[in-house]
Write a protein that binds this ligand. Structure first.
Ligand code: SAM
Length: 267
């Protein structure tokens, strides 16, 4: 039977906050429910800047994708892509190079319902509703195979998602599975919640209690995801410090240090 948005919207659970919808709240989107807004209200109590943190993350996503297109990358697998918002990966990449291809992967049914509408007219973009913890299935997916040429460099994006994987889910092994599938000259792009302050530890407690995920890793642990790859300048840093477009403050706030990120190249 053909999939319709109704089938997917019926899978949407409005009794518990979802990662995608809570992120939509902090990006001032409209695709969220009371339960998601209540969760964000709790996070605001410990990190009042959480809305800004989401903006820093979207900004580095844009800078990172532009950087990768500048390196000659025109194909991206955006894992845990989130609900469509402004300046999605394909907007940034296709503006820099119209031939760019992007596969979005997310397991939230709302992302498919909304993503299909946004992407209907773009034959270089696809939305795959799948669990990124199953790299084998994603790498074999027909849309992934249709759009991504695994003989050419790929930008593997795990932006704002690895902290939603617990240690026992082997996030490092998952990163390796994707990177093993792409050729030399491909890139790994990660941003991640960082255990960078007492407030971040309080935020972690709330994430785990209310959302069930949210592992704030240390700078060293985040850097560890890039082991074996050539970590590019400036390394793994607080988001506003990664190849900024303009001046950055000399001292960062708790919110500006709440997430770290970086890009590495597969030799
Ligand atoms: N990458 C986007 C960004 O950084 O702006 C969105 C990040 S959002 C915080 C994380 C997304 O990952 C959500 O849309 C959520 O549904 C998705 N997600 C969480 N666990 C996932 C999983 N196991 N497989 C696929 N997607 C997942």
């Amino acid at each position: 039977m053909a999939e319709t948005p109704n089938q997917w919207t019926s899978a949407i659970d409005t009794t518990r906050p979802s990662i995608a919808r809570a992120y939509d709240v902090v990006l001032n989107g409209k695709d969220n429910f009371e339960v998601d807004r209540a969760f964000v209200a709790e996070i605001v109590k410990v990190v009042p800047e959480i809305y800004d943190v989401a903006t820093y993350n979207r900004q580095i996503l844009g800078r990172g994708v532009r950087f990768l297109v500048d390196q000659g990358v025109t194909q991206f697998i955006d894992l845990g892509s989130g609900l469509p918002t402004v300046e999605n990966t394909h907007h940034v990449a296709q503006r820099a190079n119209p031939d760019s291809r992007v596969v979005y992967v997310d397991n939230d049914p709302m992302v498919l319902a909304h993503g299909r509408a946004l992407l209907a007219e773009n034959d270089r973009t696809a939305v795959v509703t799948s669990d990124l913890r199953d790299p084998e299935a994603i790498l074999a997916d027909k849309d992934v195979r249709r759009l991504i040429d695994f003989d050419r460099p790929v930008g593997v994006m795990l932006v704002g998602i690895l902290h939603h994987l617990h240690d026992d889910e082997d996030p490092r092994g998952i990163v390796e599975a994707y990177m093993d599938a792409v050729p030399s000259g491909s890139y790994l792009f990660i941003t991640h919640f960082c255990a960078s302050s007492d407030d971040s530890r309080e935020a972690e407690k709330k994430f785990l209690a209310m959302l069930g995920t949210g592992r704030f890793r240390t700078e060293k642990e985040i850097t560890g995801f890039f082991d074996g790859f050539e970590l590019l300048e400036p390394g793994v840093v607080a988001l506003p410090l990664w190849r900024p477009d303009g001046p950055v403050p000399s001292e960062l706030t708790v919110g500006q240090r709440l997430m770290y990120g970086g890009i590495a190249r597969k030799r």
